[in-house]
Design a protein around this ligand. Structure first.
Ligand SMILES: [Zn+2]
Length: 402
């Protein structure tokens, strides 16, 4: 049940919460995100690949004075994901046009995220990129890689979806972009309820940047997280899409600015991932639709963020059920063979970890941290969230009761 339920939840993100942009931008397939296959989960299953490789002797920033031990089983590494943070709960939770409940369901507030992050750190979690978990060996076969941490530290992956500051979010109490501020540091632009615009840390990437600056051992070799980007409203708060906004000097300027920000973020430990151009449902869309969408992403997003081997499925909608990816799957053949994705991320909020390694790819399920998963935890259900933080002590008092 886990994967299919999580999928249904994730599906509503773009349908309700992100409806204004997401469903319009797709090829006219909003709604009905129910995946029929009801994919079972199998925690920690691994297929193919072997744990080879010698422990790295290179120095690490993580507790450099403590002896390092190899994380025993890369298949157990969890992956949490967020959307952009609510800075002003009063505006977001009471946003017009029915958007308030969607934000409450699918977004986390700045206050909640900071509290959750502090608890993850206190519990010993360390941010690692998926490329640390497995990489191609000399024969081109994806193989688990040694992750060396001080005793007591635990690796986890972080990602943030839809960091586009979509048009529909304007005025609802979110940051409006990522930009480069004083000292060349990446920062957010945020306009408060009184109309005052400020620069600061108002979303996941900048809050994590601040946290890692204060706690360098929260980051493995400088790793932070992966940012999954669509293209239909541009990226990072810049209206970069020629398709949507026209081939104009303003679009060109937006592209240039977005590229500067993306370059700075990559230098600072962030990865970018494809989240498809139009927030595509990869389960329901055929190869030709996937190809058309990939061409748009390649034309409009790839030139800004660069090549990436990571694909984050919108709605968590995977290209396969539980069976491992293989070249008998035409969607996999295209996405892996042509588009060169090696790391694939569906959603499964039922377990702390789910990973599948095949010779060609790493597939790692992600846990949604949002209003729905928080409410579930707060109402007494056993959820994986409590492995990372205490939902009760981190919930924003301004969050509406469900
Ligand atoms: Zn999304």
């Amino acid at each position: 049940m886990g994967r299919s339920r999580a999928y249904a939840l994730a599906g509503v993100v773009a349908i309700v919460g992100l409806a204004a942009g997401c469903s319009q931008a797709t090829t006219g397939e909003p709604g009905a995100a129910a995946r029929s296959s009801g994919v079972a989960t199998s925690s920690g299953s691994t297929i193919g690949g072997s744990e080879t490789g010698t422990p790295s002797s290179s120095p690490t920033t993580v507790g450099s004075t403590k002896p390092l031990v190899r994380w025993p089983d890369n298949a157990t590494i969890p992956h949490l994901f967020y959307h952009s943070l609510i800075v002003d709960p009063a505006r977001a939770f009471h946003a017009p046009q029915g958007k308030g409940p969607g934000y409450a369901d699918y977004m986390v507030t700045l206050t909640e995220f900071k509290a959750q992050l502090a608890q993850m750190y206190a519990r010993g979690y360390v941010l690692v990129h998926p490329e640390r978990i497995a990489a191609k060996n000399a024969d081109g076969v994806m193989t688990y890689q040694p992750i060396m941490l001080p005793a007591g530290k635990k690796p986890m992956v972080l990602s943030i979806d839809d960091v586009s500051y979509y048009e529909y979010m304007t005025g609802d109490g979110f940051a409006t972009n990522l930009t480069i501020g004083a000292e060349g540091r990446v920062t957010n632009t945020y306009t408060d309820a009184a109309g005052v615009t400020k620069q600061g840390s108002y979303d996941v990437p900048t809050v994590v940047d601040d946290f890692v600056r204060d706690h360098p051992d929260f980051s493995y070799h400088g790793d932070k997280g992966s940012i999954g980007l669509t293209g239909y409203n541009g990226v990072l708060g810049y209206r970069t899409s020629v398709r949507k906004y026209g081939d104009t000097p303003a679009t060109k300027a937006a592209q240039e600015q977005a590229k500067k920000v993306a370059d700075a973020m990559k230098k600072d430990g962030w990865n970018f991932a494809s989240h498809s151009w139009g927030h595509l449902n990869f389960t329901k869309t055929g190869v030709s639709g996937i190809t058309a969408d990939a061409n748009r992403w390649d034309a409009e997003v790839r030139p800004i963020v660069g090549d990436t081997p990571e694909l984050i499925f919108p709605f968590g909608a995977d290209i396969s059920g539980i069976e491992p990816y293989s070249n008998s799957n035409a969607k996999f053949r295209f996405l892996h063979g042509t588009e060169k994705f090696d790391y694939f991320f569906p959603v499964d909020a039922s377990t702390t970890h789910w990973m599948q390694l095949t010779p060609g790819a790493l597939r790692q399920a992600r846990i949604n941290v949002d209003g729905i998963s928080l409410s579930r935890a707060l109402s007494g259900h056993k959820t994986p969230l409590s492995a990372f933080f205490d939902p009760r002590t981190t919930v924003d008092p301004l969050r509406p009761k469900r």
